[in-house]
Design a protein around this ligand. Structure first.
Ligand code: CMC
Length: 391
């Protein structure tokens, strides 16, 4: 028989058991494998957090070194993938380019598709962890018309990523600790968020035993949407619009409160967090520090500050438990680092990669059945076929 009830948006449907990320929306708690997000963002590196999410424990120095080396051994990207990238128009959205190139990894690494042992799984994971940052940096360099760069195996995972992103031609790249720390923090804060839209996509595609790269490519497509990862771009566009409009944020606050006006304060509110978003607290402090350290005066930060302070003391926002979310300040940091606005969601994907991998691995290891929801049929009952001349 069919089902009698449905749950659009799966608001109240659990899809799996998971031991990866704990989230308490009422209390504003986020933990990866039992470790508080605040502590990880302050103390750990992105690669350590990736290991933690994927394998369940913080690595020893030796385990981390091996993981790092295996990733580096797999960080070369086939020149033919470079040719695929060349064929895209320069103004293509980098999320579309990234999802295509990630999917193309399947064709270039056919042995990594069938997963029948722990070793197969490990190999697919280090291939993806190795090549993905190269693809991310290529997406941005292509957009900016800059020559593509390959990694530098003498650097750490995060330093190497920064170098691939920011190295200018004919110029020695100087490691900037402030930039590395900022990137590290942002990537860690985005690394996992349990069964969100893109993660559920990765798990459901993977549940058909499609390979890891195809599953992650589907996750990137899901993340692309403005209701999900695309929100970080919308925040900066809103703050820019307020700036252009003379900086009068009170006017926008009034618009957001006006029920006749569809305008919403971008970067405010969250489906799960109803007290505060713990990631937003960390990012706000980081944004203030980074702009100060890099000696950048961004009028948009002043607008963000004023707008959030005004909203936080406003009865409309207070009574509805609306607080700044992770996206409210992340764009300000990306901008300070010289990353174009279209790339913001790509950076989100870079951060979310280890979470997607961990969730895919858990789903395969738990031998979860193929994802196949039911429906409530509301269409026509049986009708006789009518030939075309009689319609
Ligand atoms: N500005 C003004 N009013 C708002 C806002 C906002 N940003 N968010 C919610 N409200 C009001 C809403 O109008 C409703 O009021 P009322 O009860 O009078 O009808 C009440 O607050 C509850 O809102 P809701 O739409 O029922 O809440 P939801 O849980 O369905 O939506 C949300 C959550 C994040 C989609 C929503 O808050 C929103 O649209 N925020 C702006 C977009 C945004 O920043 N998205 C990024 C989310 S975090 C990134 C991620 O994890 O992917």
């Amino acid at each position: 028989g069919g089902v009698t009830t449905i749950d659009p948006g799966f608001k109240n449907t659990g899809s799996c058991k998971s031991a990866i990320t704990f989230l308490d929306g009422e209390k504003g708690i986020l933990r990866y494998r039992g470790y508080a997000i605040e502590e990880l963002a302050a103390e750990a590196s992105f690669l350590e957090v990736s290991y933690l999410l994927i394998f369940g424990e913080l690595p020893t120095a030796e385990q981390l070194e091996k993981f790092d080396q295996d990733i580096k051994d797999n960080s070369m990207v086939d020149e033919d993938i470079h040719k695929i990238l060349d064929a895209f128009p320069k103004n293509a959205h980098p999320m579309g380019v990234l999802t295509s190139l990630t999917s193309a990894l399947t064709a270039f690494n056919p042995k990594a598709v069938d997963i029948s042992s722990e070793e197969d799984m490990y190999n697919a994971i280090v291939i993806l962890m190795g090549k993905f940052p190269v693809l991310v940096s290529w997406c941005m360099r292509k957009m900016k018309g800059e020559p593509l760069d390959y990694g530098d195996v003498d650097l750490s995972y995060e330093e190497n990523f920064a170098k691939m992103m920011f190295k200018k031609p004919n110029k020695e790249y100087q490691i900037n600790k402030i930039v590395i720390d900022a990137l590290d923090k942002l990537l860690i804060l985005h690394a996992d968020h349990e069964q969100n839209c893109s993660t559920s996509t990765v798990r459901i595609v993977g549940s058909s035993h499609a390979g890891l790269f195809a599953s992650i490519s589907a996750g990137i497509s899901a993340l692309w949407g403005p209701l999900h990862g695309g929100a970080n771009q919308a925040v900066i566009e809103m703050l820019e619009a307020i700036k252009e409009d003379g900086g009068d944020f009170e006017k926008y606050l009034a618009k957001a409160k006006d029920k006749q006006d569809p305008f919403r304060l971008m970067g405010f509110g969250h489906r799960v967090y109803k007290n505060f978003d713990p990631r937003a607290k960390i990012i706000k402090v980081a944004a203030e520090e980074i702009l100060k350290d890099l000696d950048i005066e961004d009028p948009v930060l002043d607008i963000a500050r004023g707008l959030s302070e005004a909203a936080l003391s406003d009865e409309y926002f207070k009574s509805r438990n609306l607080y700044p979310n992770v996206d409210f300040y992340s764009g300000i940091i990306y901008r300070a680092l010289g990353i174009p606005v279209e790339m913001f969601t790509v950076l989100f994907a870079m951060g979310r990669l280890p979470g997607w991998i961990a969730q895919w691995k858990e789903m395969r290891e738990n031998k979860e059945p193929i994802g196949r929801p039911r429906q409530l049929y509301v269409g026509e009952t049986l009708r006789p076929y009518v030939s075309i001349d009689k319609r």
